[in-house]
Write a new protein. Sequence first.
Length: 139
Amino acid sequence: MLGNQLGEASVLDATGGSGILAFEAASRGAEPVLVHDKDRRVVGRLRAAVAHLGFEGVVEARWGDSLRPPKLERSFTIVLADPPYAHELEPWVEVLLPQALEVLVLEHASDKPAPAAPDGVSLSTRRYGGTALSFYRRI
């Protein structure tokens, strides 16, 4: 879907949680990788994992609400988001799509339709049981 090698892609994992998406992106060559979470304890664990896995200087963990992000100093090639399934999806697309230079990948419940793509963006969705991945790609 995104490829095994991410080369020089920059990645924002907007809903950090375990950090698995950020660490997977870094292991495939993405740099820099920013992982964002609104739980300070999670951010502390993510920072410890960054050090343990040897991703210092590649992966950075920051605290904050992804729906009310501070002004980021850059946009990212790829933005990944896995918001809680109970959340409305439109705000996530509205806030995060402007940060994506190439693609926003939104994970959501497969019974929830993905919000429509704005002009200049294509949308494709793949379903895997109760989970869906929607890809918003700039054209």
